[in-house]
Structures are given as structure tokens and as C-alpha cells.
Write a protein that binds this ligand. Structure first.
Ligand code: AMP
Length: 472
């Protein structure tokens, strides 16, 4: 299949050629014809599969014909769970729309000053990329005219659900014309997502990409058993001294750990910095810009902060702490192996991680081979055979429920238990639910200035000339 066969506007095809893409990815091949035919689409596709172009190319194609309704409001609305993802979607719009005349992309994200956003929204907008909370504010203040909205995209809908944004998303949808085309992208299409789709989409075409296996193919997964924190630190130092490691993201369980570890690594002489939701937006943007420009070798991050980071130079992802949720493992390791490159994902697992590890392996359907570094072998050896995946189908064992507390949305994974042993849970939930509070970094400010001829009313320094390949 070639891009030419998709019947996209010639100026979009030109931008695709500029991007160096030779053929559509499976999600693009399946979704683009349905979207160009005007169908609603719900697709299971994770980051790394080319999902952003799968919706952005048809969205831009639609913009090449004049709007049917006269207004200055957005014709395309993309809702994303995080600021980083919103930024990357805005940049993708600029990249693929750079040859089209006058495509105005505006990002509306929490944390950004209202007067500036008001100004942006008072001008004509073609594509509006937003996180739900701040957009609701503007809708309530009557600042957004959705009368000519043609397409609404829910990007990473599962994550918006997990973060407690789905009520906002539904309120936003109710402010848009019923005639709109609606697209929903989610890592998995489970019953919770089906419920959302039933309310917001009309007879959607359902596209399921076997992404988990396929997209991890270019990532070598390794496991290191660790005895304690000092063993972890020594192993990490060893891994970071590998010259084949160009850039790495090291994941920690908490924001505080990310800060501490980044400080320790800097003290050891590594070019390291932290990225998490407690940092202000200016610091986050500065850190990400440095990472993209190659001025930072090691980023120590938490899950939410690192979501959507698309930097081609990342050769390694290191799970200093294993993620609580198996799907986060896939998101984490997907930060490497971008744009067709290969990558290495290293996970540290201690005595209490046995069940977590099994869940990850079940979810991905892949066994993670264990490695040892001479001189840094673990004293702790797990029960033989426990690191292999069971035969149960990937991803079926994870089921989400949401609970609320005073400090914001939480999500709990009813299948996510950890009783600190390496027994075989056989895919059953064996413990109580655990909640996970999501950081405040979902409400904030990220502004990208997209290059090319596309006018993008956002700011920051992540233009099309950036030395990293990204689109999302
Ligand atoms: P996404 O899944 O949207 O995060 O995209 C992941 C990466 O794939 C981005 O770096 C894109 O630039 C790249 N990409 C998207 N479509 C294609 C394609 N058809 N061929 C090669 N790379 C692509």
C-alpha cells in the first residue's frame, strides 16, 4: 500500500514525502479511507503506531475544502489527556499541513495565561488542540464558537478516562454540532471505552491494531533482578556508562524519586535532569527542549510526565521502578525505538515485583529475558520459570475502575495487586485494588510553535526544524 492510493490532497502527500514516510502504517492504512468516507472511527492504537498521522492527515484533507459554515471557530478539535501530547499533535498538524495554505493551529492548555488564550481564540482557528479542563473554562465563558466544527478527535481516550476527564470530554462534545465526525483513539478498546463511544460516536467503524506485539518488535526488552536500592543505583550507573546509550529515559515511581535520582546522577557526572508534574511549565519545556536538542543524555521521569515524548535519539528506556500498570510499561518502553529505530528497554525487578512483572508479560504477550552484569549479579534469584508469560490472552486481565478522593482523580486497577512474592497469580486478581493519584501536570501549559507555512498560534521552541523526529 502506498500513500498515493489513499487519495489524500497532493499538498499533504508532499508533506508526507518530506517527512520521509514511504508507506502508511497499519492504523493509517485502515483508518484513513474510513475517515475520508466520513465515518466515525474508534481505533485501538498506541503511541508509536503512527496514530497521530492517521487522524491528522484526513483532518487536514478536510480543511483543504472551504468550510460550509461561515465562522471563525475551529473546524477540527483534538482533545488530549496531557499537555505534551497536545503539543505533539499541534506539531504534527504543522508538519503535515505545512504546504496547505493557511492552516491555523491553536493549542489551549492549562497553565497558559488566559489573556493570551483569549486573544488566540478571538482569531480564526482551523485546528484546536486542547486538554479538556481549560477548554471547558473557555466554553463556559462563551469564548469558543463550535458552529463550524466538522471533526472531533479524542486522542488517548483511555487515559482521559483514567484521569477522570471523561465528564469534561462529554460536556465539550455536547457543545459541538451533532453533525460532527468523531474519532476515538485508545490503547485498548474495553467496555469502559465502548460506553464512551456509544455516547459520543455514531455507528463507528472499529479498527483494532495488534499494536502491542507489533510495535515492540524493534525494542529489545531486558530484565535485571536487583537486591536493593544500592544495587539498582550501581546497575544504573553501569548502564549509563555504556557508550551505545545515546539518550535514555529512566522511570521512577514517584516525583520525589525522580528529583533525587536526577540529582544523584548529576553528582555522578551524568547529564541528567528530572521531568515530572510538580515542575512548572517553563522548567518542563526547558528540559524537554534540551532533551530534543541532544543537550541532555538522561531524563529521569514519572509516567504521566513522559507520556507522548517522541524523541528519535532515545536509545534506552530504563525502568528503575517497574510501573504499577502493565499498559504503562508499553507506554514507557515505546519512548525508545521511535521512527523505525531500534531501542533497548531495561527493567529492574526486585523481590516484590514478581506479580507486576508477570502482569506486564501477560499484557505484552512477551517474555522479558533476564540479564546479569558481571560483578553486579543479584543475590536474589526468583523462583525458576516465574518470569515467563502465562498463556492467558494479553491485556484481558486489566480492568479499570475510577474512584475519587479530595486530591483529585484516581484510578485503581482491580487486577493490579502486589503481594510481594513471585507466585503465579494465573491471571487472577489476588489482592485489593490500589489507587494511583495522577499528578497535577495534566493541567498546565505547553506551547509549541510549529514551523513551515502553517500558522500556529502557540509558542515555545519546538518547531519543524527541531533535530528530533516527532509528529504527535
Ligand atoms: P505516533 O504513533 O503518532 O506517536 O507516531 C510515532 C512515530 O511514527 C512518529 O515519530 C512519526 O513521525 C512516525 N510515523 C508516522 N507515520 C509514519 C509512516 N507512515 N512511516 C514512518 N514513520 C511514521
Amino acid at each position: 500500500m502506498s500513500f498515493e492510493k489513499l487519495n489524500l490532497h497532493p499538498l499533504i502527500l508532499k508533506a508526507i514525502v518530506d517527512s520521509g514516510y514511504t508507506s502508511p502504517t497499519p492504523i493509517q492504512e485502515q483508518a484513513i479511507p474510513e475517515l475520508l468516507d466520513g465515518h466515525d472511527v474508534m481505533a485501538s492504537a498506541q503511541t508509536g503506531t503512527g496514530k497521530t498521522a492517521a487522524f491528522m492527515l484526513p483532518a487536514l484533507h478536510g480543511l483543504a475544502t472551504p468550510a460550509k459554515v461561515q465562522s471563525r471557530g475551529p473546524r477540527v478539535l483534538v482533545l488530549t489527556p496531557t499537555r505534551e501530547l497536545a503539543l505533539q499533535v499541534s506539531e504534527a498538524a504543522a508538519k503535515y499541513g505545512k504546504h496547505l495554505p493557511r492552516v491555523k493551529v491553536v493549542s489551549i492548555l492549562g497553565g497558559m495565561p488566559y489573556p493570551l488564550q483569549n486573544k488566540l481564540l478571538s482569531q480564526p482557528v482551523d485546528i484546536l488542540v486542547a486538554t479538556p479542563g481549560r477548554l471547558i473554562d473557555h466554553i463556559q465563558r462563551g469564548r469558543i464558537d463550535f458552529s463550524r466544527l466538522e471533526m472531533m478527535v479524542l486522542d488517548e481516550a483511555d487515559r482521559m478516562l483514567d484521569m477522570g476527564f471523561i465528564d469534561d470530554v462529554e460536556r465539550i462534545a455536547s457543545a459541538t454540532p451533532a453533525t460532527r465526525q468523531t474519532l476515538l483513539f485508545s490503547a485498548t478498546l474495553d467496555s469502559a471505552i465502548d460506553n464512551v463511544a456509544a455516547r459520543l460516536l455514531k455507528s463507528p467503524r472499529r479498527i483494532q491494531i495488534a499494536a502491542q506485539q507489533a510495535k515492540l518488535d524493534n525494542i529489545e526488552q531486558r530484565l535485571h533482578y536487583v537486591d536493593d536500592i544500592s544495587h539498582k543505583n550501581r546497575l544504573l550507573d553501569h548502564l549509563l556508562r555504556d557508550l551505545a546509550l545515546k539518550q535514555a529515559i529512566v522511570f521512577t515511581a514517584t516525583k520525589r524519586d525522580a528529583d533525587t535520582l536526577a540529582d544523584n546522577l548529576s553528582a555522578q557526572g551524568h547529564e541528567a535532569a528530572a521531568l515530572h508534574g510538580d515542575m512548572n511549565q517553563r522548567d518542563r519545556t526547558r528540559t524537554l527542549t534540551k532533551l530534543r536538542g541532544g543537550g541532555l543524555r538522561v531524563l529521569v521521569a514519572t509516567d504521566v510526565a513522559a507520556r507522548g515524548i517522541d524523541v528519535a535519539g532515545i536509545t534506552h528506556v530504563i525502568n528503575f521502578d517497574l510501573p504499577k500498570f502493565a499498559e504503562d510499561y508499553v507506554h514507557r518502553i515505546g519512548r525508545t525505538g521511535r521512527a523505525g529505530a531500534s531501542g533497548i528497554a531495561v527493567s529492574f525487578a526486585s523481590g516484590k515485583d514478581g506479580i507486576n512483572l508477570k502482569k506486564i508479560e501477560r499484557f505484552t504477550g512477551q517474555r522479558i529475558a533476564s540479564h546479569e552484569v558481571p560483578g553486579l549479579e543479584p543475590r536474589f534469584k526468583p523462583r525458576p520459570g516465574t518470569s515467563g508469560p502465562s498463556r492467558s490472552a494479553p491485556s484481558v486481565a486489566h480492568k479499570r475502575t475510577r474512584t475519587w478522593s479530595n486530591d483529585g482523580p484516581r484510578h485503581a486497577n482491580s487486577a493490579n495487586s502486589s503481594n510481594g512474592n513471585w507466585g503465579d497469580s494465573g491471571g487472577r486478581s489476588v489482592g485489593a485494588s490500589r489507587g494511583d493519584t495522577w499528578g497535577s501536570n495534566t493541567r498546565g501549559n505547553a506551547r509549541g510553535n510549529s514551523g513551515g507555512n502553517t500558522r500556529s498560534s502557540s509558542f515555545g521552541n519546538s518547531g519543524a526544524s527541531s533535530p528530533y523526529i516527532r509528529t504527535k
